[in-house]
Structures are given as C-alpha cells and as structure tokens.
Design a protein around this ligand. Structure first.
Ligand code: AHM
Ligand code: MG
Length: 336
C-alpha cells in the first residue's frame, strides 16, 4: 500500500500539468487561499483565548450582525489575495463593494475571487464549526485595466474553481477546478493540508434532510409537503446552521440541504455569489444536483447584484429529483 503523503501544494502543481494552457496563476491563487485558510484556522482555534469572539457591533451589507472573527477572516483573506499578485479583484460577503487591486502586477492578473470569509457566524462564539467559501472566475474586462462589476456578476457555470474550508473537529479544505472534487485535511503537526478524500462522489440518495425546521410554517406549501414526506419516510433531521458544515455532511452521507424563502427572507437567505454558486459547483462536480426551491439550476442563474440572495436545495441526485416531483405537484395549489 502506498502511504505517501500528498500535500495540497503538491497536488495543485500536479493538476496544473493537466492543463496545457495553464500559466501557474490559478495554481498560485489556490495555494494563497490554502495559506489564508491556515491563518484563519489558527485564529478560529484560539479565538476564545485572544478575545476575538463576540459581536463586532457593526452590521454587514446584508443586515446581519458581524462578529469580530468574521472581520479578522475577511482581512486575512483580502491581505493574502492582495499580496499574491495573481488576482485582480475581490468581492467579499462582508464588503458592500468589490475591491479592485491597483498594483501593476495585480491589474494584469486574469482572475477575480469571490468569498464568504467566515460562514456560520451565529456559531462562532459557541465552538460550533464554521467555514470559508470561495469561487474563482476569469475576468471579463481587459487585462491591465481596473476590474468592473461584470467581472463578478458571472454565472456559476463560468467558475474556474471553487471550494470551501471547514473548521471543524479537523480542518478540511475541499476544492474543484471542474475535474472532480478532492479534500485535504490539515495536519497540525506539519502545518500542511494533506490529501485525505480523493475524487469525492456524493451518494445517489441518503437518509438525512437538513433545513431550519423552526421556520416550517413560513415555507411555501410545496416545501412543507416535501418536508412532511422526509419525516414520513423516517429520515433524520440534521441542521448545524453553518451551510459549509451541513453541505459537507450531505456530500459524504447524502441527502438534501435546503434554505427556502421565508417571510423574513422572501428571496431566500443565502447569497448567490459567495455561498450558493461555489457550493453548487462542488456538489455538481461530485455528481449531485443544486437548484433553487422553484427548480432553476443554481449555476445557470444570471447574477444581477453582488449581494443577491436566492433559495437553494442541493444534495444527492435522486433526492433532488424526488423534491422536484413534490414542488411540481404542489406549487400550483393555493396556500391556506
Ligand atoms: P452567515 O454567512 O452570516 O453566517 O449566514 C449564513 C448561514 C449559513 O451558514 C446557514 O446555512 C444559515 O445562515 C443559517 O441560517 P438560519 O439561522 O436562519 O437557519
Ligand atoms: Mg455565509
């Protein structure tokens, strides 16, 4: 048996050779994100000790409370990408506007990066896992010029790479460049992400459903009927409240993750650019399906706003087909 450790850096470089046109920029960018993830991981692990837990006091552009650690993760990711010279623009869930990187090297770079620096902020100060989500697009504007909003408002089908990091019992980075999905676990003793989950495939079906059932009365009829069905089938309800963690479990154990519209969030809560597209890309690459609760493929949605929210349902392909049937059957009926 071959027990040789393959580090994230080694793996990324090996994969670069699969693309004859690759110049190494994407490779560099993925490595920089890996470095940023290690820095954020260090702070997440010692957050309780260094007084960066708790509420920062401000609200982010979407009106949610911002925690101190969110801000820290946001700054670290921006710093790492700014210094990399391999990306010309950044859009973060925590910033109202995109950031154009002005130095000469960055201006001539061909990629833009979108991210949610610390997903699951309500879980930060109670020691429950949180995550980072990222997506990489090729710019549409001319190299050498400042980036424009259109560079970020691209459909998920245009993603060059996407991934997430989960800061859980172990820290795991999962990413895809459109040729399957691989996962790397951080070995703290050597400070390296090591290949631990090769060619991840989501189970065709699964016995868990993941939704905030507390909002049941606020969901549309078709979604309530589908949730009733999951319960009738004795499926287990699992809901952490950190999208990254709930989808990570779904990727390995199968089932479905849903965030439908509610009265508070009439378009859904999760953001298309920073959360839904990258996670949908990973799930599809692993053989799963990802759609809105009114059955549009997430990756084909045309973004119109940097902070646009959408409903989402993703997971095992057979389970998503089943949900589709329920939505089609009940969505035309009046809700009483
Ligand atoms: P955040 O980016 O502010 O952390 O919000 C996104 C999170 C997701 O991780 C999670 O799926 C969802 O919000 C939970 O929301 P709710 O508490 O309404 O169920
Ligand atoms: Mg989030």
């Amino acid at each position: 048996m071959n027990n040789r450790i393959i580090t994230l850096d080694e793996f990324i470089i090996k994969r670069q050779k699969d693309f004859s046109y690759a110049t190494g920029e994407l490779t560099g960018l993925l490595r920089d994100i890996g470095v940023a993830a290690k820095i954020v991981n260090r702070e997440v692990n010692r957050a309780g000790l260094v007084n960066i837990l708790g509420v920062d006091g401000s609200e982010n552009i979407s009106g949610d409370e911002v925690k101190k650690l969110d801000m820290y993760a946001n700054e670290k990711l921006i710093d790492c990408l700014k210094n990399s010279g391999e990306c010309c623009g950044i859009a973060s869930e925590e910033n109202e506007n995109y950031i154009s990187l002005p130095n000469v090297e960055s201006k001539s770079a061909k990629y833009v990066v979108v991210f949610d620096p610390l997903d699951g902020s309500s879980n930060i100060d109670v020691n429950v896992s949180v995550g980072t989500i990222f997506g990489i697009y090729r710019r549409l504007s001319n190299e050498g010029e400042e980036v424009q909003v259109q560079d970020f408002l691209q459909k998920g089908t245009e993603l060059v790479a996407a991934g997430y990091v989960i800061y859980g019992t172990s820290t795991i980075l999962v990413y895809s460049t459109g040729r399957g999905v691989n996962g790397f676990t951080l070995d703290p003793s050597i400070g390296e992400f090591c290949l631990s989950h090769r060619d991840i495939i989501i189970p065709e079906t699964g016995s868990y459903y993941s939704v905030n059932q507390g909002y049941y009365q606020k969901f549309d009829l078709e979604i309530r009927r589908y949730i009733d069905h999951c319960s009738d089938e004795n499926r287990g309800l699992r809901y952490i409240g950190t999208m990254v963690s709930d989808i990570h479990r779904t990727l390995f154990h199968g089932g479905i993750f849903l965030y439908p519209n509610t009265r508070k969030y009439p378009d859904g809560k999760l953001r298309l650019l920073y959360e839904c597209n990258p996670m949908a890309f990973i799930v599809e690459q692993a053989g799963g399906k990802a759609m809105t609760c009114d059955l549009k493929r997430i990756l084909e949605l045309e973004p119109t706003d940097l902070h646009q929210r959408v409903t989402i349902a993703l997971g095992s392909p057979l389970i998503l087909d089943e949900m589709k049937t329920f939505v089609k059957r009940y969505s035309t009926q009046a809700i009483f």
